[in-house]
Design a binder for this molecule. Structure first.
Ligand SMILES: *Cc1c(COP(=O)(O)O)cnc(C)c1O
Length: 439
């Protein structure tokens, strides 16, 4: 009697069972890409890579810059038919959820900037995170992750994992002993953010690499707060790097996108999840992201310059209790920041004396920074964890992850530092005179 085939046979062998040493075969080279021929910019400077890698002129008209391939589908020829049969459909254009030239152009730019063999773009950072994690973790398996993760990622582990038969233990990303102790026989992944939000911890990535290698499990990091050139986690030995490209990578607060980059073998394993969950990036959004990336290096220099000046100003202001900016010696992780970060970013967190109400007053008197969540845009953005990102927590829960009263999250844009400082100066003056007249 013939058996009805069972879809998703739980006894099938998974490529994520790394304890058999499979992970060690990651260095087995596959072809990089998929990339176009002839647009490789690998050994040149970072700004040259940002402008030229992956970008190609229109061969038909000579129009400068990658055309927007606003097509859902592609003509099927022998090569395309053969690619499906031969298992290399990721290397051909068939249908835009599978791959599109606009995606390839921006993927090559991103892979080049990260020093990766391969990259895939997604319709959001969360789509990149979900597809990557679910591709690399099996039913019944376990993940060790940071306790102060981005909210959406926390929800993936907290809300989605149980029904998928997966589990996660959340540990303080500073506590290497606790991280190692949390590893179980079924742990398949360490998942961390290289710089945490909002207290801007600089996580000891080389130590996590060492732990992951010793236990033969993969280390996946979210590097949204440290885009290249600030950090290139793959060079530190991380297996896969993920970003919300909605932030610094695109840099203009005008699109939602995500990316996962790493060895071709791993990215090829994530690609079917892109197809199944459907989070592919639209060609027009690819064009915007490609354009944004061209100025990433000069934007990062401008972010760093304005953020450093503003952080120094805030540090000397009597109404400010404490400033957290990793590139300043006052930051608890300054030594590690100097070791792991090539430069600073625009993220500055500070604590106003007088608590959350004082912070609220200050924020309401500022004219330049916009009150909005998100980060990494050319315009400065400001928000308070107590009434936005961490509003559902109690003040005690917030304090446990370093969010003391008066905490202000600032993503410094690329405006002139002198204008930002003048704006803060007038806001501080306004709240102090108001307090005096109130009294
Ligand atoms: C914004 C963000 C995400 C989610 O990205 P989306 O593009 O909004 O889906 C993930 N991780 C971090 C650290 C983020 O800041």
């Amino acid at each position: 009697m013939s058996k009805t085939p069972v879809m998703g046979d739980p006894n099938s062998v998974s490529p994520n069972s790394t304890r058999d040493g499979w992970i060690n075969k990651l260095d087995r080279k596959r072809a990089e890409g998929p990339f176009f021929d002839g647009h490789r910019v690998r050994n040149q400077g970072f700004s040259t890579q940002a402008v030229h890698a992956g970008t190609h002129d229109d061969p038909r008209t000579g129009a400068v810059g990658t055309p927007i391939y606003q097509a859902s589908t592609f003509i099927l020829g022998e090569d395309q038919y053969g690619s499906v049969e031969g298992g290399f459909a990721r290397d051909r254009f068939i249908y835009s959820r599978y791959g599109n030239p606009s995606q390839w152009a921006v993927q090559e730019k991103l892979a080049t900037l990260e020093g990766a063999e391969s990259a895939i773009v997604f319709s959001s950072g969360m789509a990149a995170i979900t597809a990557s994690v679910l591709a690399l973790v099996d039913k019944g398996a376990h993940v060790v992750a940071a306790s102060d993760l981005y909210g959406g990622t926390f929800n993936l582990f907290n809300q989605e994992f149980p029904s998928l038969g997966m589990s996660a233990t959340l540990v303080d990303s500073y506590d290497l002993e606790a991280i190692e102790a949390a590893i179980q026989p079924n742990t398949q992944m360490l998942y961390f953010e290289v710089i945490t939000n909002p207290v801007l911890k600089v996580v000891d990535i080389p130590a996590l690499v060492e732990i992951a290698k010793r236990h033969q499990i993969r280390l996946v990091v979210d590097s949204t707060f440290a885009p290249p050139p600030v950090m290139r986690p793959l060079e530190l030995g991380v297996d896969l790097v993920i970003h919300s490209a909605s932030k610094y990578l695109n840099g203009h607060s005008d699109l939602i996108a995500g990316v996962a980059a790493g060895p071709r073998k791993l990215v090829d394993q994530i690609w079917p999840r892109l197809l199944n969950y459907g989070g592919s990036l639209d060609p027009h959004a690819c064009f915007l992201l490609e354009r944004g990336l061209k100025t990433l290096p000069i934007r990062m220099r401008a972010h760093e310059e304005s953020a450093t000046a503003l952080a120094k100003y805030l540090e000397t202001h009597p109404a400010v209790d404490r400033v957290l900016y990793p590139m300043l010696p006052s930051h608890p992780d300054h030594a590690r920041a100097k070791q792991l970060m090539k430069m600073g970013t625009g993220n500055v967190t500070f604590f106003v004396k007088g608590g959350d109400m004082a912070a609220l007053k200050l924020m309401n008197h500022l004219r330049l920074p916009k009150q909005a969540t998100s980060l990494g845009g050319v315009e400065s953005l400001i928000s308070l964890p107590f009434n936005s990102s961490q509003a559902t927590m109690t003040s005690r829960q917030r304090a446990a992850i370093g969010i003391d009263p008066g905490c202000v999250r600032l993503s410094v844009g690329i405006e002139d530092a002198s204008d930002l400082i003048a704006d803060f100066e007038q806001a501080f003056t306004a709240i102090s005179t108001k307090e005096m007249t109130d009294a």
